[in-house]
Design a protein around this ligand. Sequence first.
Ligand SMILES: *Cc1c(COP(=O)(O)O)cnc(C)c1O
Length: 377
Amino acid sequence: MIPFNKPPYTGSETQYVMDAMQSTKISGDGFYSRKCQQWFEDNLSCKKTLLTPSCTHALELAAILIDVQSGDEIIMPSYTFVSTANAFVLRGAKIVFVDIRPDTMNIDEDKIESAITNKTKAIVPVHYAGVACEMDKIMSLAEKYNLYVIEDAAQGMMSSYKNKKLGTIGDLAAYSFHETKNYTSGGEGGLLLINDSKFIDRAEIIREKGTNRSQFFRGMVDKYTWCDIGSSYLPSELQAAYLWGQLENVDLINQNRLESWNFYFNGLKQLENDNLIQLPQIPNDCKHNAHMFYIKLNNLKVRTELIEYLKEKNIGAVFHYVPLHTSPFGSKHSIFHGIDYFTTIESEKLIRLPLWYGLEKKDILFIIEAIYNFFQK
Ligand SMILES: *Cc1c(COP(=O)(O)O)cnc(C)c1O
């Protein structure tokens, strides 16, 4: 059996988790949390980072920080994970979906401007598969209309756009350390990235249940108290310790994934030349992190057959993201701006192949051969 995913584990996580378990503080914001946050701030040219229990929570924090009010409109692609939308729906926002580009599956930057109204508050680009959205265009629209940009960079750690790391371009951004992402903090986890320092103080308060406890621990105030709305958005030290083991091996994991990605890409090239599949496209300005290896089939029927065929061969291939505007909740509580030229039809063609740290070449070769055999029969 070749599973679709295996959580990344390099070996050095164990000692750090054990160490954290035996320390006198295993709640949030201890030794390993600070170490991880420092690492991100040093390596990303980002003003401030805060670990969170998930990317979902980081997005929720971002929605509170930009003060989303009932009726505000938030622009995003419909082809994304539900948390991208829910974080804003929780604050009463109306979600306005914009079509994607068929080449990258990212929001089509040329269709955003006509979706902007005087109620629009933010644009939320999602860097699908760790491949950047066209951020220059998106940032200039945000400037023109005075909007916030919150990057959903859940899949984007170690990717860049014009040499800028994903998550460092918008006002705020979120990473995910879920077990299916390139780096994990032990199954669940996330990071809020703050690129505009005006948000830092309030972010710390909201994350600490609406109190100024962070300032208290730094000795800046002599008692801590209720200051704002908030929730508990701190992960435990055990999660941060696991993540620290991953950060120590950040390039090892990235290189290994990129090698696997390239191996798939070259191995399947002939099928693209024969017009049987489409391979992912990486725009020139983007450096990706091999978060995902997907192929697109010519239609939904072939995709369904291929997934079934691979399952018979014990290969875990999956599809995901039923476009949110077609979902039971989304069809009632959101709008799709303009025409859905690509979102639905392209999402129905896509299939994700196994890709994880440590996946062996012989297994990839087995998968490639299975796909060739599928088309020959
Ligand atoms: C994984 C993912 C999320 C959610 O991440 P969690 O850490 O599981 O909350 C949000 N958005 C996108 C695009 C994702 O891929």
